[in-house]
Design a protein around this ligand. Structure first.
Ligand code: URA
Length: 212
């Protein structure tokens, strides 16, 4: 498994505003979108391409275009939905599948409550959107779900990650034949006793959409 901590001053700047408890929901949503676009730039570094001919006003030349099959973007509901716009802005041709995962706040176990995905993901590059890699339970369950559907290449894009979540992922996918990559905006210090990332930004879903 590859882990890429995006190290860019613009990402750090936006993250700092995101972490601030005084940042309101509209600003938070806009910043998440902007951050995802920056992270997606890194996450799509190995997106499949093909060589094509292009006629410029000056001459015929060769260039690269994205090759099929189209990548699949999978936001994990609810908080991953806040990342979708920023991702499809970068890859407008991507297909979007949805995965609803909920975390039991006592056991911290993740389970699926909804899914809308192609039945067969064979040969597809998948980009999973989940803002907070905390215990890793949700992401491990989601990625296993995509592997079972045949996904051949999976990249998770997270705004923040905790070392405990990365360790859980490393252990879960140690022998995985499917290449797994994590791209995160920052690697924070730890999880607290309630499973929140420290220093973190609080509950990403609540900060995006309010408490429901
Ligand atoms: N989910 C969140 O929204 N925040 C955390 O800190 C951990 C999990």
């Amino acid at each position: 498994m590859k882990v890429h901590v995006a190290d860019h001053p613009l990402i750090s700047h936006k993250l700092t505003i995101l972490r601030d408890e005084k940042t309101d929901s509209p600003t938070f949503r806009r910043l998440v979108e902007e951050l995802v676009t920056l992270l997606a730039y890194e996450a799509t570094r190995d997106v499949r391409t093909k060589t094509v001919e292009v006629k410029t006003p000056v001459t015929l030349t060769q260039g690269l275009k994205m090759a099929g099959p189209t990548p699949v973007v999978v936001p994990i509901l609810r908080a991953g939905l806040g990342m979708l716009e920023g991702m499809v802005r970068l890859i407008p041709t991507a297909e979007v599948g949805f995965l609803g995962m909920v975390r039991n706040e006592e056991t911290l176990e993740a389970s699926t409550y909804a899914n809308r995905l192609p039945d067969d993901l064979s040969g597809r590059q998948c980009f999973v959107l989940d803002p907070m890699l905390a215990t890793g339970g949700t992401l491990v369950a989601a990625i296993n779900y995509l592997i079972d559907l045949g996904a051949t290449d999976i990249t998770a894009i997270c705004i923040l990650a905790a070392p405990e979540g990365i360790a859980h992922m490393e252990q879960a996918f140690e022998n995985s034949p499917v290449p797994i990559t994590i791209v995160t905006g920052a690697l924070d210090i730890k999880l607290n006793e309630n499973g929140y990332i420290v220093p973190g930004l609080g509950d990403a879903g609540d900060r995006l959409y309010g408490v429901v």
